[in-house]
Design a protein. Structure first.
Length: 330
């Protein structure tokens, strides 16, 4: 199915759903109750449910094969968005941004990502249609990204400093003081950027880097503009709630980077070999789910095993040494 087969009203339906969801999300987060971790889990589930439900709309309009392409692209983008969470953690930690101010940065950062992704997807599709060899370039980019992620555990960078943040701080007039949740503060008659603006710019620049990996990954599943962009949007829009829900626990998924690397490697090979090997969309979905599921499952299992060992070690340390005490009394 080509992008030309998409009726304008279908884009309209997509736009109405996205705008309505953003509006409801903003209203829900006005109260303190909407800022809790429980609310973040609920909203993560809502965004995932909406993203998956849109796949039924695609299926009803364009058939099962296109719906499978949408699901595959959505799962790839959702999986790779987990890697964004590590970068968010580093950026906020580098600038010591309080939790209650992070949500505003995430909202505008994600809004900007929607614009960048649209541009990257459009340019990527145009390049593939004009020059077939671009497919091999995208495949090589994905294989390199897979090697990079597998080689370096993202959670090792959580406590470090972000290079983009350091570069921005040296080149922009920045104050360490906050003005509520504003991006600028007037200091001695001059406007200076607050740490929130530095965090926002760093997140936007980081997303450009992520798009170089994630957009080709989605294009490995489908070359349809509607499928690739809508799946990207629904995967990205839930990032704010997902970050709030998993910020303190995502670094415990020690094997997640292997799952992400496997997904990228699969997408890269699929693009490079597409002329000779055809992989059905449903098979792609199964491979993506398996890679991420195994990596998360092994991470949770390792975490539980460590918790049991720590509990047993604490029990041994707290156990009274009765025999020694009796000898002293004697």
């Amino acid at each position: 199915m080509n992008s030309q087969h998409i009726a304008p009203w279908e884009w309209g339906v997509f736009g109405v759903i996205v705008v309505a969801m953003i509006f409801v999300d903003l209203l829900a987060h006005r109260s303190k109750r909407g800022e809790t971790k429980k609310a973040a889990y609920i909203w993560s589930g809502v965004w995932i449910a909406v993203g998956l439900a849109f796949g039924f709309f695609v299926w009803a309009r364009h058939g099962g094969n296109t719906a499978q392409e949408y699901l595959g692209a959505y799962l790839i983008e959702k999986s790779l968005s987990l890697d964004n969470l590590f970068v968010f953690l580093v950026i906020f930690a580098s600038l010591s941004v309080p939790e209650n101010k992070q949500r505003r940065v995430l909202f505008w950062g994600i809004f900007g990502a929607l614009v960048f992704r649209a541009l990257f997807i459009f340019l990527g599709l145009e390049a593939i249609q004009r020059w077939h060899w671009v497919v091999y370039v995208f495949g090589a980019i994905l294989l390199f990204a897979a090697w990079r992620i597998a080689r370096r555990h993202p959670s090792e960078e959580v406590s470090g400093n972000n290079k983009v943040v350091g570069w921005l701080e040296k080149r922009l007039p920045v104050t360490t003081e906050y003005e509520g949740k504003q991006f600028f503060k007037r200091v001695e008659g001059r406007w200076q950027a607050t740490p929130l603006l530095i965090a926002l710019i760093a997140i936007e620049l980081s997303d450009v880097a992520f798009a170089i990996d994630s957009v080709p990954a989605a294009l490995s599943v489908s070359h349809n503009l509607f499928v690739v962009y809508t799946s990207n949007v629904f995967a990205i829009l839930g990032l704010r709630a997902l970050y709030i829900a998993l910020a303190k626990t995502v670094h415990e998924l020690r094997y997640l980077h292997w799952g992400l690397a496997a997904v990228l490697a699969f997408a890269g090979l699929k693009m490079i070999l597409s002329e000779w090997v055809h992989v059905a969309p449903l098979v792609s979905v199964a491979i993506i789910v398996t890679c991420i599921g195994i990596s998360v499952g092994l991470s949770v299992r390792a975490r539980k095993r460590e918790a049991r060992r720590a509990l047993a070690r604490d029990s041994r340390d707290e156990r009274p040494r009765g025999g020694h005490q009796e000898e002293v009394h004697a």
